[in-house]
Ligand binder design. Structure first.
Ligand code: ADP
Length: 265
């Protein structure tokens, strides 16, 4: 039926004071969601008001990683997001009818859901909104670019060359959509040897720098490698338990690096 004019997205209005980051990756499993929640927690610890929008239709792991048990509530026409660690959280997973799978989330439906998450959720006055995108170069990246052209893209990759190539492809959408790329984060950069000072290059080396250099060439503007986050099994445990490592063990090297990156954004 006729839905009437669409509600305006507050973050897309000129003069909006909210910085929006779209966290992207070429493929799944590189730690995009882990990076998103830890950056969100680090920014919150620095006194910023932060929201996380989990638009990863395949993963939607953000609620677990932040320990969100509650569901959104409806107050009049607005959706009130649950809050965890002082972070407002909305996830596609919160709106999936039980038994339904991700296959139904396609093009127009995704776009409508994204609009609803941006326009109908009561985010309040956020300093930062972090959007966790699905991996790859799918419909949602296009929707985000159209609805939120001012969103800055953060690319997460591993050091692996194959991962770097797909990450670069995901990032290079920005040259078509005229979005800014805030930078590249290399995750799982190395495993600190538990017995000596050695760094074990589990996934190889150089992927983060390669993506930053490739995007710099494609976009014709410098895209920095923002940092390299090592493998830390406590980071994985924190994700499983809903307690981001930057909050439980801020001095762990992986957490310290994520806090440093958050402070540079
Ligand atoms: P994505 O969002 O890219 O699919 P996730 O953030 O879900 O990736 O990470 C995939 C898995 O790897 C998760 O189990 C997560 O806890 C783990 N993980 C991510 N980054 C690290 C890291 N730096 N050290 C250890 N485990 C990590």
């Amino acid at each position: 039926g006729n839905r009437g004019p669409e509600k305006e997205i507050p973050f897309a209005k000129p003069g909006s004071l909210t910085r929006v980051f779209a966290v992207a990756s070429g493929k799944g499993g590189v730690g995009k969601s882990s990076v998103t929640v830890n950056l969100a927690a680090a920014m919150t610890a620095n006194g910023l008001k932060v929201g996380v929008l989990d638009a990863d239709i395949y993963g939607h792991s953000i609620p677990r990683m932040l320990g969100v048990a509650d569901r959104p509530t409806k107050v009049e026409e607005m959706i009130m997001p649950p809050v965890a660690h002082d972070i407002k959280v909305i996830s596609v997973g919160m709106f999936k009818p039980p038994g339904n799978n991700a296959v139904v989330w396609r093009g127009p439906m995704l776009d409508r859901a994204l609009h609803q998450f941006l326009a109908d959720v009561f985010w309040g006055d956020l300093d930062v909104l972090l959007m966790d995108l699905p991996p790859g170069t799918g419909d949602i990246a296009i929707s985000v670019a159209q609805r939120m052209p001012t969103a800055e893209i953060l690319v997460v990759t591993t050091p692996q060359q194959a991962a770097a190539e797909v990450a670069e492809r995901a990032g290079s959408i920005a040259s078509q959509t005229h979005q800014q790329i805030a930078g590249v984060i290399e995750n799982m950069a190395w495993l600190p040897c538990p017995h000596c000072d050695e760094r074990i290059a589990v996934f190889g080396e150089g992927g983060g720098q390669a993506v930053a250099d490739g995007l710099t060439r494609t976009l014709g503007t410098r895209v920095p490698l923002l940092g390299q986050v090592p493998i830390d099994l406590r980071l994985r445990e924190g994700g499983d338990n809903g307690k981001p490592l930057v909050l439980t063990d801020p001095d762990a090297p992986a957490a310290a690096e994520l806090r440093r990156i958050a402070a540079t954004l």
